[in-house]
Design a protein. Structure first.
Length: 95
């Protein structure tokens, strides 16, 4: 579906995915404050890039990837497996 403006597009994406983004952030960060920060940053990233998705699965994958990057940013250093994810350059290749 084509949208006539950016606001309409963002409203659709927020309505569709806000619960998913917030809940996953809350599970991972374990604090309301960090979850809200992750939520905000994910949708700000979407607003800045306004990517065109090939499918609904592509939308969801992009948002989850952006969310993973934001969660790792919100987590304190020394995250074990998180360090491997970033040291191999995997996070940068996903976005």
């Amino acid at each position: 579906m084509e949208y006539t403006n950016k606001n309409q597009y963002l409203e659709k994406m927020i309505n569709k995915y806000s619960n998913m983004v917030y809940r996953l952030a809350l599970v991972r960060t374990k604090t309301k404050e960090n979850s809200e920060d992750v939520y905000q940053e994910v949708f700000l990233r979407l607003a800045k890039k306004v990517p065109k998705f090939e499918s609904e699965e592509h939308e969801k994958a992009w948002l989850l990837t952006a969310q993973i990057a934001e969660i790792f940013t919100a987590q304190p250093p020394g995250g074990g497996a998180n360090d491997i994810f970033f040291s191999n350059g995997l996070a940068g290749n996903l976005l």
